[in-house]
Ligand binder design. Structure first.
Ligand code: PLP
Length: 425
């Protein structure tokens, strides 16, 4: 009988994947190796998170040292562990606004936390009708309850029945947000969620002035601005939280991924002092009745502290911006392929190559073919909707960016050849 996996993979067509997986065994810097010893350039930093690259001993040692003291302990009520407290000091110091830190288990967990906190904040300040959350087309905010409702990738919402009440606006229009808030009634809107650069929805940097524009609309309407920096944080855009380069001060920032570079799972929400105030004011102030078992997990926080040390010591945060030009230099020539619709990027170390559906014989398989060919060339890239994306570790060198572009170029050449075969037959 052929191989039949027992592992149900997220976001996978299991009918195919059950019969074969790419089993990654180890990693070293920007490269990973499968169980047969084949080497691949990790051009996506796994799922947008391996910002410092793979296999760093410093993190393993920091986690081991913490585990020898205590692996984890509850953070509910007045319990704490030192790594959780240290991380809160450090991350709020780095934040663009005076703030507190609420820790979670990952990105989707952070999005749901921020949504509930926005709603509970409005309840506490006497505006309980502000319950709606607004998000953008093509946005991605994870797969928890609120995040699924907020998500702008239609396929991710199909078949789950009614979602939490929310509204969506065109990803690139400040006016669309202003008009929609007007239609809904500002006094019903709790928060607007925005990714500084849309990641999983296909890599869409914001139009010039967009982030500043929506921040202004939110300010005027009294709507909380929640910046979802799960992908954009910790150097991906060249700053700590991805939002600083737009000179905007949000009410909350959700993060995960790069905070530990994925060495252990961790996420969180930076909450401005203003939003935290009703809960911190007095000993009998209301409790935010929310939080996951592993919030503030000591070993995960120790991994984050060691990761932040590396990001700081090696100047990696700035590299997200320093390398954005080199990434586009490598990728822009791909736009001349007859099967490419556009190359997107230029803000941070992430880019996508769109496939032109009208130019390929079978769009149903086109993206997968490019990913497959790139893999055969020894480079892991990500299929996203009608394109392929890259987001290399911040430790990548220009030669690695070129390797990624060349591998995608080889995939595009396969499609271009199919196109010319169809045309000539
Ligand atoms: N928000 C954004 C912007 C993301 O890109 C992601 C994941 O890619 C999430 C939230 C969800 O994070 P997680 O998969 O850790 O739940």
């Amino acid at each position: 009988m052929s191989y039949d996996s027992k592992l149900w993979h997220p976001f996978a067509q299991m009918g195919a994947v059950r019969h074969g997986e790419l089993v990654i065994e180890r990693g070293e810097g920007v490269f990973v190796f499968d169980e047969d010893g084949n080497r691949y350039l990790d051009a996506t930093a796994s799922l947008w998170y391996a910002n410092i690259g793979h296999g760093r001993r410093e993190i393993a040692e920091a986690v081991a040292a913490q585990m020898q003291k205590i692996e984890a302990y509850s953070a509910f009520g007045d319990f704490a562990t030192r790594p959780g407290l240290d991380l809160a000091e450090r991350l709020t110091d780095l934040a663009p606004m005076p703030s507190r830190l609420f820790l979670t288990s990952g990105g989707g967990d952070s999005v749901d936390t921020a949504t509930k906190l926005a709603r509970r904040y409005w309840f506490e300040v006497g505006q309980p009708d502000r319950t709606l959350v607004v998000s953008r087309t093509a946005g991605y905010h994870g797969t928890h309850g609120y995040g699924t409702a907020l998500g702008g990738i239609e396929a991710n919402r199909v078949g789950f029945g009614p979602q939490v009440e929310s509204a969506q606006v065109a990803w690139d229009s400040v006016d669309a947000l202003r008009d929609r808030i007007g239609e809904l009634g500002a006094d019903r809107v709790a928060a607007f969620f925005v990714e500084p650069v849309i990641g999983a929805g296909g890599v869409y940097p914001p139009p010039d002035g967009y982030i500043q524009g929506v921040a202004e609309v939110c300010r005027e309407a009294g709507v909380l601005l929640v910046v979802d920096s799960v992908i954009c944080g910790f150097g991906r855009l060249g700053t700590w939280y991805g939002i600083e380069r737009f000179d905007v001060v949000p009410d909350m920032i959700t993060f995960a991924k790069g905070v530990t570079s994925g060495y252990l799972p961790l996420g969180g929400v930076i909450v401005s002092d203003e939003i935290a105030e009703p809960f911190f004011r007095a000993p009998d102030s209301p409790m935010f009745r929310h939080g996951a078992t592993y919030a503030g997990h000591a070993a995960c926080c120790a991994a984050a502290m060691a990761n932040l040390d590396i990001l700081e010591k090696e100047g990696l945060v700035a590299r997200g911006r320093e390398l954005e030009g080199a990434l586009m230099d490598a990728f822009e020539p791909l736009a001349s392929s007859p099967v490419v619709s556009e190359v997107r990027g230029g803000t941070g170390l992430l880019a996508a190559v769109g496939i032109d559906a009208a130019a390929v014989p079978d769009m149903g398989t086109a993206v997968a073919q490019v990913v497959k060919q790139a893999r055969a060339e020894g480079v892991l890239v990500r299929g996203l909707g009608a394109g392929v994306a890259v987001s290399p570790p911040l430790t990548a060198e220009p030669e690695h960016l070129q390797m990624a572009a060349d591998a995608i170029g080889a995939g595009l050449a396969v499609l271009a050849e199919q196109r010319s075969n169809v045309a000539s037959s």
